[in-house]
Each structure stands twice: as C-alpha cells, then as structure tokens.
Design a protein around this ligand. Structure first.
Ligand code: ALA
Length: 618
C-alpha cells in the first residue's frame, strides 16, 4: 500500500504531468491577510489570483498545503477530525474547467492510486434560483461518463436528504453542502468575496468506524452528507466562478478551479479504515505514546479519545511553532498554548508522570522532516518551546486541578473561579469549560470575559493613578525596566533559592541595577536560567494587576518586598500572574508583552554577601 508520503508525491507528479507548477506550502500564519489568523485552506494564498491577478507561475498550480482549523478543536477525538491537516490542491486560474477536473480526479483516484470505484460517491450543487445560481448538470454528466467507462451505471439522485441512497452514485445538495466560499453560504459572503458551486467526493467506509468503533448508521437511511461516519469527504472540486456584489452575484473574470482534498483522509480511504489516526503519519508518535503511557490505542473509548487529542494537538503545535506561533496568551500563540495544555492534561489522564510532549514531537519530526524542511531546521527551537511550556504548565496543573475540584462543590464554576484558574494556574478558559462539562457543572464564558475585563481595567487604573501621584516624569523605558525588575527578583528566587532578597534597586532609562542577597558568584548556567525564565514570562503576555491592602494582608497574601513602615497603613501590591507579588509603589506596564527581550549584562559583587546585576531590555 502507498505511504502518505508516496500519495502526496503521486498527486503532485500527476498534476505536474498535466502542466501544473508545483509550489511550496505557504506558512500556517497567513502573510498580508489580516482577515484570518491561520491558513485553513489551500486556496487562501491564491485569493488574488482567483480574483483575476496573474500568478507568477502561470495558470495551473498545485501543492500540498499545511492547514489548521481552529473550529475543529472540539471535534478532535472522533475517528476523522484533526485540527492540522495537509490539503492537496490544484488550481486552474482561468484555464481548464469542469470536464478536465472531473476526469483527472477520477483518473487519479481510480487509475493512479487504485481506489475501488464501488466505494466512491459524488455530490453536486443543486443551484439556487433566487440568486441566479444555476444547477450543475455538467459535472454530474462528466462523472457519469467516467463511471460508465468502467461499466458502472451511476444513478443521479435529487433528494438524498429525504430518501437516502436509493442505489445512487451522484447526489444533489443545496447551498449548505455544495457551495464553497471562505465565508460559507452565499448570504454570509461579504461583498467582493469569490465562491462557487462544488462537487465533492465521498468514500464509503461501510458499517465500521475502523477497528475500534461501529457506525451509528446501521439500519438508518443514510446518504453521503449524513454525518454518521459511514461516508467521509475526501476531496472538494470548487468551481470558483462567482463574486458577491452589492446586488447579488456576478461572474468572475475567469472560471477557476479550486480543488482541495485532505491527504490524511485519502490515505485512510486507501487503507480502507476510516480511523485517520491509524494511518502511517501517526504511527511512530502513537507507538511512543503507548510506550510512555503504558496504555494501548484502541482498547478503551476514553483512552482512545485521549490518544487522539494528544496525537492531533502535538502535531499541530509542532507545525504552528515552526511557523512562528509560539505559545502565548494572544493571537495565534494562544491556540498553540491551548493545544499544548490540553494535550498535557490528557497525557496526565493517561497516567504519564513526566514531561512527554517533546518526546512525541521528535517522532513527528522524524516522520515529516524530508517533506517539511522547516521542521529539521528548527528542531531545537521547536523542542525547547515545548519543554518551556510543559515545564511551566506542569508546575501549576496539579494544583489547579485540585483547586477546580474544590470549586466544583456547588455544581458551578463562576466567572471569578474560571478567571482565577486562568490567571493563577494557567488554565485556558476552554480547558476549564471542558473540565466543567465532564463533571456536568455550569459555566459561562460571558462571566469569564467580564472578569477578565475587570482585571485589565484595574491594572490600567493602578498605573494611571500612580502617574497622577507625581511620577509622571518616569519615562516609558524606566517603567518597563521597573516591571522587569520584579520578574528578575522572582526568577532569582526561583533559580538560586528563597534566601534571595532585594537589597537595592536603581533604574535609568537605559538599564536596571538590582542588588540582592546571595553568597556566591552566579554561574553562567544560573544566569542563563534566570534570563530564560524572565523571557518565558514576558512571552506569555501576562497582565500586571494592582491591589491595595494592609501590610498584614499583603504578608498573608504571600507578597514579598520591603515591609517597612514608610508605606503607611495601606500598601499597593503588584501581581504579575502566578509569578510575582510584590509590595511596590509602581508604576508598571499593563502587560508583560510590552517588555521586549531581557538580557543580563553584568553580575558582580556589591558588598559582602550581596551581588549586583545590571540588565537591559532589548
Ligand atoms: N477550498 C476548498 C475547501 O477548502 C477546496 O474545501
């Protein structure tokens, strides 16, 4: 049987032989496209050319595109959904159209990679008269001819939703199923967006959902789009010929083809097992996960779910980090963080005690490195980002889970609780929501968002007030260095020990100077660790919050700092996530994301038992 690598190669060769220029996969982080966070279809980087601009590589293009779909995160766990996948794609930019596309697809699937035509089913667009969008009779006819060439009589069915398969081979559906645009159905499309009717190819896997599960289909009326798992879409031929205008739809300058087919799904059709996680691309990683957990894939439903989440999420994280989406609390990096933390939680569920994400990803790198050079080029970077994130999350995960248990007693997790799990224990909201659902607890995203907004305002107010209090001349650079001094203090205590105490601090616009109690000269390794830790926190985009309390309250809240009476009755306590809590007059930046990169320039003796660090933000 073909490997997935061979399948990808065969597809690209096939279309290269049909005059297509093979281009590299674009990054998962779209360039020059602010409308979307991720590349989620092969056509995304092709938009200008589908709209009529000329492509530097001509009118026939093909590739295998890395794709990531955030909307599928919650679907992962069944036998066929993944967040990351490779989309095999070919495009005609005003060149060939339906007849060639249908013919070549059939030839590729049936004659080239030898799928059984008996299991192949087709859908076509029924049209939408009100919008002047015609029913696609041509494609149905071309498919029929191809089936006929093999002696198969392909019946056309108009009402599959009502009456099921009816021994048909080609099925008509409306705009919800057989219209494609980035925004979905015609009515949802913004003006200027291209789209078109499409013709999809489905593979019939029959009653079994792979070795491990049975379909719910048995004895129910079923049809290609029925979602019971019997039929799986393996490719979509979009006839990209319309553009949305103020008044409805017009024809684009060119009639285009936009084909996209999931490599992993076609590979699962080839093995005739619909469980995508059984294909070769996952094998090494899965074996490793079995070894690390001592569990076997496919034995028990709950564990199989955990295996799938881990296998999907770690593969996606690897590709995301390679393309620059390192774990953080915002934008693309937030998705990487969500995926990783969820994978780590499911790893713990599988009984894995130690760090494991980098171990699994090493297996994926072995699997993919010849096809995606960025993985071998950036191997060290990817693995170190994984290690950092896992180290950090493992520090709080167990405590956070205990805290969650404690919060569950009243059968709900309210906004302050989900926010506290987020800010103190690093639980992405979605993870808390999943935990809550597992235990049938009430939870509300709205409450969480409100709490988040409150805290962000509080930290801004704190900073503003202090400016009014006479420090307005403190420049932005000094403010940043002031905040990073707190992080340095935290990191020194973490790396050298709790004997470290502040003995003095002096900040200019260019550098910070920090004196602290410690008997020995710091080693290069210790300095590196401190730098890494500070930068890791900075990269997590942690908000800085400020509260006012009595010295006694501050002490019992675990704040460090100078407790002398010069602060008066009430003191301000600045908190940087779970990392630092210090009595301090401020001001500070609002979020660590403002800080830049921290670097120690010098470490030297200041006086007996006191060391001095000079450091900068670059
Ligand atoms: N652009 C089409 C899709 O993503 C091919 O399904």
């Amino acid at each position: 049987m073909l490997t997935s690598h061979e399948l990808r190669k065969k597809y690209l060769e096939f279309f290269s032989n049909k005059g297509h220029k093979i281009i590299d996969s674009a990054s998962l982080i779209p360039e020059n496209d602010p409308t979307t966070l991720f590349t989620s279809a092969g056509m995304q980087p092709m938009i200008p050319y589908l709209l009529g601009e000329s492509h530097p590589n001509g009118k026939r293009i093909a590739n295998s595109q890395k794709c990531f779909r955030t909307q599928d995160i919650d679907e992962v766990g069944d036998n066929r959904h993944t967040t990351f996948f490779e989309m095999l794609g070919n495009w005609s930019l005003g060149d060939y159209f339906k007849q060639e596309q249908v013919g070549w697809m059939f030839d590729f699937l049936i004659n080239e990679i030898h799928l059984d035509p008996q299991n192949l089913y087709i859908t076509c667009f029924a049209g939408k008269k009100e919008l002047g969008l015609a029913r696609d009779d041509e494609s149905a006819k071309f498919w029929q001819e191809k089936f006929k060439s093999l002696g198969i009589n392909a019946e056309i069915i108009d009402d599959p939703k009502e009456n099921g398969l009816q021994n048909g081979k080609i099925f008509y559906y409306g705009e919800n199923k057989n219209w494609w645009s980035r925004a979905g159905v015609p009515n949802n499309m913004p003006i200027g967006e291209p789209g078109g009717g499409d013709s999809e190819m489905f593979w019939d896997f029959g009653e079994n959902l792979g070795k491990h599960e049975k379909s719910i289909w048995k004895d129910k009326p079923c049809h290609p789009n029925c979602d019971c798992g019997r039929f799986v879409e393996i490719g979509n031929n979009v006839f990209m010929e319309y553009i949305k205008t103020k008044t409805g739809f017009e024809k684009l300058k060119n009639k285009n083809i936009d084909f996209g087919g999931g490599l992993e799904r076609i590979a699962s059709a080839l093995q005739n097992d619909p469980d995508i996680f059984e294909i070769d691309l996952f094998l090494k990683a899965k074996k490793r996960l079995e070894l690390l957990s001592g569990r076997k894939y496919g034995v028990n439903a709950e564990e199989t779910f955990a295996f799938r989440v881990i296998l999907d999420h770690l593969r996606a994280s690897m590709f995301l980090i390679a393309d620059g989406a390192i774990p953080s609390n915002k934008d693309q990096g937030y998705f990487t963080r969500r995926l990783l933390r969820r994978a780590i939680r499911f790893g713990v569920k599988l009984g894995i005690q130690n760090k494991f994400t980098a171990e699994i990803v090493k297996e994926y790198i072995k699997e993919y490195k010849n096809d995606y050079l960025e993985l071998s080029n950036k191997q060290e970077f990817i693995l170190s980002e994984l290690e950092k994130e896992e180290d950090q999350f493992r520090k709080t995960l167990e405590k956070g889970l205990k805290e969650f248990e404690r919060m569950s007693f009243d059968k709900k997790i309210d906004g302050t609780e989900s926010f506290s799990l987020f800010s103190t224990y690093g639980f992405p909201y979605e993870m808390t929501e999943e935990l809550a659902k597992e235990k049938n607890l009430k939870i509300s995203k709205k409450e969480f968002d409100e709490e988040m907004a409150k805290h962000q305002n509080l930290s801004r107010t704190g900073a503003n007030q202090k400016f009014k209090g006479g420090l307005a001349d403190m420049g932005e650079e000094s403010k940043k260095l002031h905040t990073v001094t707190h992080l340095l203090h935290f990191a020194l205590r973490r790396v050298l020990g709790d004997h470290v105490e502040q003995k003095g601090s002096n900040i200019t616009a260019e550098r910070l100077r920090f004196d602290f109690s410690h008997p020995d000269k710091m080693t290069d390794e210790e300095k590196q660790k401190v730098e890494d830790l500070v930068n890791a926190v900075i990269n997590q985009d942690v908000p800085i919050t400020c509260g006012e309390m009595t010295v006694a309250q501050a002490k019992s809240a675990g704040a460090i700092g100078l407790f002398g009476d010069k602060y008066g009755e009430k003191v301000k306590v600045y908190t940087i996530g779970e990392f630092s809590k210090e009595i301090c007059g401020g001001p500070h930046v609002v979020n660590t994301s403002e800080l830049g990169h921290f670097k120690i320039k010098k470490e030297e003796a200041s006086s007996a038992g006191v060391r001095r660090i000079k450091a900068v933000l670059e």
